[in-house]
Ligand binder design. Structure first.
Ligand SMILES: [Zn+2]
Length: 901
């Protein structure tokens, strides 16, 4: 009989920033790699060191040791350092699909600059695994994955695995919603199961007796994986010596200091037929539910909101507009890659998750601002290039043309706010204060406008005011040009502005004020508390502030909508744990104040002020429980007796012709250790619901598994969550509110608006006062209803996603141009509106790429067109891939098109 082989892989799981700020971890990383490089030079038996799947480690090391670039390169080329496949070890659920693609692309680029890339997807520490991982790995030319969480190993005593989320072996088949499958390797005894191997014979005997039994319990082949390292573990310098000792003590085994590529090859050659198959997302569904770490989705929600904004600016605005409107040879690939390298640093599994110390998250906010500055610069350049090309000579000379741009993948209806430049006075022509006074005179003139398009068609809208402001041009070829400019602030109503399109409008002077046609049309608001359009009718209760909403096309009524709930939280950045008193306060406990903000034929805005009298903090018991490092599940703290008023100011907006009811909540949070949610009890009876995940609309059960003990069942979402039955349903859109829960009793969709906690948690005592999120807070969400058809439901999904992408505006000169006054840069047709676009960019060869995914689990026809260019289907690496039928998407397929110009 052949000997069992023990593959020992040296590594260190490198949390780049976590319970210490980045630079403290960074300096330790330099020490670690110095020692690894020395060991490679001095111990010829040392096979290799695995750089934790994240190529950023190389960049971080060389930032302090640039003189060692040659040694690094030599070590990687020789296979002594194993690098890639990712740039960072990301969080799976809280970053955009495009961020994952960039992590694959930039990880490969960075690794391959030095040598071969490690050939396995690597998710040792992600807080659950996204369902599309198998397909995404195939699209990045990988066919196996190692991961640490999400699946319960049952071991060989239980030969048959029963569920979709357990496996008899540490090796399994993992298939995604599109049926793509990869070989999955679970760290069944964690990624530290071969850490600190003793050299002492007596200790080694005991160590290996236990460790070999542990690993053999789950291994499906005679190839046993031992991971020699753990979080921030220094390299074990005598590991090869320790393996010689092991070899002497256990001659029936072959001990090999190795690497993942060799281990994988050996496992693949020996795989048994009876591997378990796990399916879709792996989020520890079949556990007691306490340690899924899902509540990181509501830790420091300000990070998630900022990430939503910055991703949007980088992906939909900067990247897309540069790809479409800049000449291909001027596409700022290097600048965008630089921006992504910065943003990916925030996308790491201890960073965007909000589960580090305060210093880490402060640095993240600066990184977000840096990415935002890059995105805005690129967007401004692309917009200027576009603006210079739009033909405006059909407009009257005395009018002021401006473009409105819909960069989303669905037609938009609603009010667009624009600033249109009316006049400009240069500092070179007069003193700044004199120019300011001149522009202010313009403000005071009695100027009235109508809003028209190039055909003279009039749009509903109005000028809400004028403003004079300093500005400066920074020309490419000469010194800056400062000026004062006069702007009109404009609101214009657009009706189904097409996806991926622009429309040119102009302010045209008229003799008399032209406001909304209010006199002859119905207003959207009646009785100060009833908002109504063709889609819905929402009545705000003057008694408790909740809404009764009629979905008019489908004749369904939803009562007690948008109720706010506040509960105590004695948990930490990872885990929500309600205080032992279970004292819950609702916005319906007190009558609200209701104010009309706007009421016209185009839009109604009502402000509802709800007051919740909430406990100020947690009881003193919590302080003891934190200092004593008492596990979450054993805590007994309650909420304090002292209360304060939490006043929520909710702006509820309904637009003419728009499907969504929009909510924007602002408030000043002065309480600690609590969680605030908004509740939408739908009364829909269903066993599952849908939510947007990564490249996927995932179906999740409303009830947890039978072993679930956690009284809550939190889940993560991208842009929306939906509950429906066969008659229709409700979609809740959110802006950076990534945590929701379905409360099955009355079909409530609960979305977390804020979670305030004072400690990191996990393995020690780390205070995080800034995770209490004190001060000004906002939450933005919207409600949409749909009927029975999948097309109608998908329409709400598109609208929810696009709702994060504002319509852009840009003042234009009077000019000729090669772009018509209105146009569309992408035309997408898919059955049931199933194709959702996640990104438009140019690849390394400056070819246009359009990427998206099938919202449906069923096959759908699709056509994507751009300027009559020919397109082919490519993978994440822009390599042509075979698809069965390029006119049809597979269910849940992720697809990228590459155009030939
Ligand atoms: Zn980690």
């Amino acid at each position: 009989m052949a000997k069992k082989k023990v593959f020992v892989i040296s590594h260190s799981h490198w949390d780049r920033e976590w319970y210490m700020p980045f630079e403290k971890h960074h300096l330790r990383l330099v020490k670690l790699l110095d020692e690894v490089l020395d060991l490679i030079d001095t111990d010829p038996k040392f096979n290799s060191f695995q750089l934790d799947g994240q190529a950023i480690i190389i960049d971080d090391y060389l930032a302090i040791r640039p003189e060692n670039e040659g040694r690094i390169k030599k070590a990687i080329a020789a296979g002594k350092l194993r690098v890639g496949p990712f740039y960072v070890l990301q969080d799976d659920f809280l970053i955009s699909p495009e961020a994952h693609v960039k992590d694959f692309q930039i990880g490969r680029q960075t690794a391959e600059k030095y040598g071969p890339m490690m050939g396995i997807g690597y998710f040792p520490d992600t807080f659950g695994n996204m369902g599309q991982t198998p397909q995404m790995l195939h699209l990045a030319d990988l066919d196996a994955v190692a991961f640490g969480r999400g699946v319960k190993p049952t071991g060989l005593n239980n030969q048959v695995s029963e569920g979709a989320f357990d496996s008899s072996f540490s090796e399994m088949t993992w298939s995604g919603p599109d049926k793509s499958a990869v070989l999955g390797i679970l760290f069944a005894n964690w990624y530290s199961n071969g850490n600190e191997i003793p050299v002492d014979r007596k200790e080694a005997k005991a160590y290996w007796t236990k460790k070999l039994a542990d690993v053999e319990k789950y291994a499906s082949t005679d190839n046993l994986l031992m991971m020699n390292g753990v979080d921030h573990q220094p390299v074990q310098k005598d590991v090869t010596k320790a393996l010689e000792v092991a070899q002497e003590l256990f001659p029936d085994y072959e001990f090999i200091h190795s690497n993942f590529d060799d281990y994988l090859a050996a496992v693949k050659a020996d795989l048994p037929k009876n591997l378990s198959e796990v399916k879709g997302e792996l989020t520890s569904q079949e556990t007691d539910g306490w340690y899924t770490l899902t509540n990181t989705a509501s830790s420091r929600i300000y990070l998630k909101q900022k990430n939503t904004q910055v991703q949007q600016e980088l992906i939909n605005e900067a990247t897309q507009l540069a790809a479409i409107f800049l000449p291909a040879d001027q596409y700022p690939q290097d600048q965008l890659t630089y921006a992504w390298k910065l943003l990916l640093q925030n996308d790491i599994h201890d960073s965007i998750t909000g589960c580090s110390v305060d210093e880490v998250h402060r640095e993240m906010m600066t990184r977000f601002e840096k990415v935002e500055a890059i995105a805005q610069s690129i967007r401004d350049d692309a917009e200027a290039a576009m603006a210079a090309r739009i033909k405006t000579d059909d407009f009257a000379k005395d009018s002021y043309p401006f473009a409105i741009i819909n960069a989303s993948d669905v037609a938009k209806t609603g009010t667009v706010t624009a600033e249109v430049e009316l006049d400009r006075a240069l500092f070179s022509d007069g003193r700044p204060d004199a120019q300011f006074a001149k522009m202010q005179l313009g403000e005071q003139e009695n100027r009235n406008f109508k809003i028209v398009d190039a055909t003279g068609k009039q749009y509903e809208g109005r000028v809400t005011g004028f403003t004079t402001r300093f500005g400066a041009d920074l020309p490419k070829d000469r010194f800056r040009v400062p000026y004062m400019a006069l702007y009109a602030e404009v609101e214009v109503h657009v009706d189904a502005l097409p996806a991926f399109s622009w429309q040119t409008l102009a302010l045209a002077p008229v003799a008399t004020p032209r406001m909304y046609a209010d006199q002859d049309q119905t207003h959207l608001l009646t009785n100060n508390n009833v908002l109504e359009n063709d889609w819905l009718k929402a009545t705000i209760s003057p008694v408790d502030g909740s809404l009764t909403i009629v979905d008019k096309p489908n004749q369904r009524t939803y009562t007690r909508q948008a109720v706010f709930e506040d509960v105590g939280d004695m948990g930490n950045e990872y885990i929500f744990k309600e205080t032992a008193d279970q004292r819950r306060i609702y916005s319906t406990d007190q009558a609200p104040e209701i104010h009309v903000v706007e009421n016209s034929s185009q839009r109604a805005i009502v402000e509802v002020i709800s007051t919740l009298q909430i406990p100020k903090a947690a009881s003193a018991q919590l302080n003891y429980e934190q200092r004593a490092v008492i596990d979450i599940t054993h805590r007994q703290a309650t909420r304090s007796d002292e209360t304060i008023a939490l006043q929520l100011h909710t702006l509820i907006t309904l637009e003419k012709g728009a499907r969504q009811l929009d909510f924007k909540v602002s408030y000043d949070n002065q309480a600690t250790n609590h969680r605030l949610r908004v509740l939408f009890p739908t009364q829909i009876k269903a066993t599952t619901h849908q939510a947007e995940s990564i490249f996927e609309v995932v179906d999740r059960p409303n009830l947890p598994s039978k072993e679930w003990e956690n009284p809550t069942n939190p889940q993560r979402q991208q842009a929306f969550v939906n509950l429906h039955d066969d008659q229709g349903g409700v979609t809740v859109a959110n802006y950076g509110l990534n945590e929701y829960e379905i409360l099955p009793a009355d079909g409530t969709i609960a979305v977390t608006m804020l979670r305030c906690i004072g400690e990191l948690g996990d393995w020690g005592y780390f205070l995080t006062p800034e995770a209490q999120c004190q001060g000004a807070q906002t939450a933005h969400f919207a409600l949409l209803f749909h009927g029975a058809s999948e097309a109608d439901r998908n329409e709400t999904y598109h609208l929810a996603r696009a709702w994060q992408t504002p319509i852009l505006t840009k003042s234009l000169a009077h000019q000729t141009g090669d772009l018509a006054a209105a146009g569309q840069w992408l035309q997408i047709k898919s059955a049931d509106q199933a194709f959702a676009v996640t990104g438009v960019e140019r690849d390394a060869k400056a070819k246009l790429i359009v990427r998206g995914y099938n919202l449906s689990k069923a096959s759908k026809s699709v056509q994507v067109a751009h300027n009559q260019a020919a397109a082919e289907v490519v993978n994440f690496l822009s390599e042509p891939t075979k698809v069965a039928n390029d006119q049809d998407l597979r269910g849940a397929e992720i697809r990228s098109y590459r155009f030939d110009k």
